[in-house]
Design a protein around this ligand. Structure first.
Ligand SMILES: Cc1cc2nc3c(=O)[nH]c(=O)nc-3n(C[C@H](O)[C@H](O)[C@H](O)COP(=O)(O)OP(=O)(O)OC[C@H]3O[C@@H](n4cnc5c(N)ncnc54)[C@H](O)[C@@H]3O)c2cc1C
Length: 370
């Protein structure tokens, strides 16, 4: 019997494990892969998470992530606008950052099972049984940190998992000239592509496209040539940059659907509780924030005799909704401005002639620093 089992070792799982272990709560984490590994992500970390990460000595200064403070936005046809980013952020690869947090979690005393996929989790009235291929583990509390979509969503019969999602995500690392302080968001038909510097003078290029377009063009390469490169800025990047991966990282089934924060008594954190559209650039910060909230409430649950499971679940849902529901709604609404020729030109015009409106939109998808 362990006090807490954490299912999934991305941003949310690793950070929650560190919060718990440092508070003296025994916890173990299961990750189906082995660090370090690449993930599809724009790798722009919103500065809203900086104070919290620093307070726990989790900010990766040693990796020297570039600070990003300007935002460039281009329409499908290449109309562009650059504006300051009020809060800004950092460029850092998930390959390095997740590995950095993994080592911090080990240092905090978290027991980590690598290459171990959780196959099922069952609540039996007062405790949980977590099943992997070879073993069963028991715990008083379980945090679901398994990301945007996992076989566990199907096991738990979560409603959103019954529907297919229309998006795919693709990531490359490049060497090219790109200002360290600039994040660019380029539209192309049916999608958008973010470009920003990360550590070691590399550049991340990550795009979200429609699955139907991939089906139409058959391969990622053809999709890039015929759809992504319709935007003249992207055409220039693809013709001039050095592509560092042998082949890009690709994922499908990216769902922005509304999810439940507690499912069969499992507290969901990070994308498992709800995923913000990548164009907002703060999914990682939200995953870290939800890990902080769930971790701190779990510490209270173990320390205060009168603090019941029912109250814990109620408090987590209330705080989560207060922090994130509105942002997710804004993200979904703004996403509609991207991908079509007319809408992306309208959005760039809005940025040129009414930049306070656009800055207010950005503010509405971000939280205050925590
Ligand atoms: C195209 C795209 C671009 C993005 N760009 C950005 C960006 O620039 N900035 C930003 O802040 N956010 C961005 N995001 C969002 C960001 O990647 C996520 O919000 C963030 O990774 C969520 O963290 P998480 O811990 O919830 O999930 P993840 O980081 O996905 O981690 C989940 C972990 O659970 C593991 N897992 C899953 N199932 C099991 C199982 N059954 N057993 C054991 N382990 C399991 C997985 O292997 C994984 O390691 C982007 C997302 C996409 C799709």
């Amino acid at each position: 019997m362990t006090k807490v089992l954490i299912l999934g070792g991305g941003m949310a799982g690793l950070v929650s494990s560190i919060v718990l272990a440092r508070a003296g709560i025994e916890c173990a984490l299961f990750e189906r892969k082995q660090y370090p590994f690449q993930r599809v992500c724009g790798e722009y970390l919103s500065a809203e998470a900086e104070p919290f990460l620093r307070s726990l000595d989790l900010f990766p200064d040693s990796l020297e992530p570039p600070r990003i403070s300007r935002f460039m936005f281009t329409s499908v046809s290449g109309k562009a606008q650059v504006m300051p980013l009020d809060l800004g952020g950092f460029g850092i690869s998930r390959f390095s950052f997740d590995d950095y947090l993994f080592k911090k979690a080990l240092g905090a005393g978290v027991k980590i099972f690598l290459n171990t996929a959780v196959e099922n989790v069952v609540f039996s009235g007062h405790s949980f049984v977590v099943k992997t291929k070879d073993n069963e583990y028991e715990a008083e509390l379980v945090l679901g940190a398994f990301g945007k979509r996992s076989t566990l969503d199907t096991r738990l019969d979560r409603v959103f998992a019954r529907k297919r999602s229309p998006y795919i995500g693709v990531k490359h690392h490049l060497r090219m000239n790109h200002p360290a302080d600039l994040i660019a968001l380029h539209n192309f038909p049916g999608g958008y592509c973010g470009i920003n510097r990360i550590e070691h003078d590399q550049v991340n290029l990550c795009f979200l496209a429609q699955r139907d377009k991939l089906r139409e063009h058959k391969t990622i390469q053809e999709l890039e040539k015929n759809v992504v490169c319709v935007n003249p800025y992207l055409r220039e990047v693809y013709s001039g940059a050095d592509f560092l991966f042998e082949k890009p990282e690709v994922i499908s089934e990216i769902s922005f659907a509304t999810k439940t924060t507690v499912e069969d008594h499992v507290l969901m954190i990070g994308d498992a509780a709800g995923m913000i559209t990548p164009l907002c650039g703060n999914g990682m910060a939200m995953a870290i924030h939800s890990a902080k909230i769930a971790g701190e409430l779990a510490v209270r649950y173990f320390r205060e005799k009168d603090y019941s499971r029912q109250q814990l679940e109620k408090d987590y849902t209330t705080v989560w909704n207060h922090q994130f529901s509105r942002r997710l709604w804004f993200g979904r609404t703004i996403q509609k401005l991207f991908g079509s020729e007319a809408a992306s030109i309208a959005a760039v015009n809005l940025a040129i002639y009414m930049s306070p409106v656009v800055r207010a939109m950005i503010r509405n998808t971000h939280g205050a620093p925590f």
